[in-house]
Write a new protein. Structure first.
Length: 136
């Protein structure tokens, strides 16, 4: 639940956040909360979440890989309504190939609360969420 809670705290608009955090707090470890998040894209914080440019699957994957390249990551944590991928640590390339364009509501957490990808249930509901820490 750490990745899901971090995603909610960082990337859900403030007016919706408490509802989702309450759901996470009440959930049992075996509960798949992502199943109820089909329309979550409407509640994303637009300051940090950018809809992917329209393109084919490979173009969308390239967009995500380019955006996260500076973090030099190799694996990610997947939370998905599609059970075979839910709560799995996967290589980034494999996760993106399986998830992008699948229309299975999924959160790919690259860095909890800092960098994530959200795939909604409908075509085009694909968002890259990045919350950079200010450098002083």
């Amino acid at each position: 639940m750490e990745h899901l809670q971090a995603f909610i705290e960082s990337f859900i608009a403030k007016r919706y956040r408490d509802k989702w955090l309450h759901n996470v707090a009440r959930a049992k470890p075996k509960d798949n909360l992502v199943r109820g998040m089909d329309a979550l894209y409407r509640e994303l914080d637009e300051r940090y979440c950018e809809q992917l440019p329209k393109g084919n699957q490979q173009q969308e994957i390239s967009f995500v890989l380019k955006a996260i390249a500076e973090y030099k990551l190799t694996t990610c944590y997947v939370l998905s309504s599609y059970e075979p991928f839910n709560q799995k640590t996967m290589p980034i390339g494999e996760a993106l190939s399986e998830i992008v364009g699948s229309s299975s509501t999924t959160i790919i957490s690259f860095l909890p609360g800092k960098v994530a990808y959200f795939e909604g249930h409908s075509i085009g509901d694909r968002y890259l969420c990045i919350k950079k820490t200010p450098s002083y």
